[in-house]
Design a binder for this molecule. Structure first.
Ligand SMILES: [Zn+2]
Length: 155
């Protein structure tokens, strides 16, 4: 399942990427072009715009009502029955939505803080923005989310 999020849902887009879901951040209002792009790429359109004119839209549209990103994510997860899996973390660049590529550990040494280098074996890089990621960057955030939602009974 792939998504496209409108300009008001940048944080939600990042979170979906953390969980491995390909999500385009559309830097514009949810208009006809937005829906066209969703349809062309078979993406679920996520928008905060409550009154969407989608009479000519055959794709999937979800209107996001909450102001809080954690709740927004929980709503998307519930709505589509998404399963959050550890092995899907650490696949996409949080910023660019690009699939991360493997890099040699020695290459990371020059780039990441030394305590990070010492404590991790696996590093990946975004081919587009060149940011370096290691499992902790995604996993800590993801686990935080999962924990807080188990406590609140959302998941
Ligand atoms: Zn990137």
């Amino acid at each position: 399942m792939k998504f496209i999020a409108d300009i008001n849902l940048g944080k939600l887009a990042k979170w979906l990427r953390i969980f491995g879901y390909d999500t385009i951040y559309y830097r514009g209002a949810a208009n006809r072009n937005f829906l066209r792009e969703a349809q062309a790429e078979n993406r679920v359109a996520l928008t905060r715009k409550r009154k969407m004119n989608h009479c000519q839209f055959d794709g999937w549209l979800m209107i996001i009502y909450s102001d809080h990103v954690q709740q927004q994510l929980a709503d998307v997860i519930d709505n589509f029955g998404l399963v959050l899996r550890q092995d899907r973390l650490f696949k996409l660049c949080i910023r660019c939505n690009e699939p991360l590529s493997e890099m040699r550990r020695e290459e990371a040494k020059e780039i990441v803080p030394s305590y990070v280098y010492e404590n991790h074996l696996l590093f990946k890089r975004c081919p587009k923005c060149k940011r370096v990621f290691w499992p902790g960057t995604h996993k800590d955030k993801a686990n935080q989310f999962v924990r807080s939602h188990i406590q609140k009974g959302h998941l």
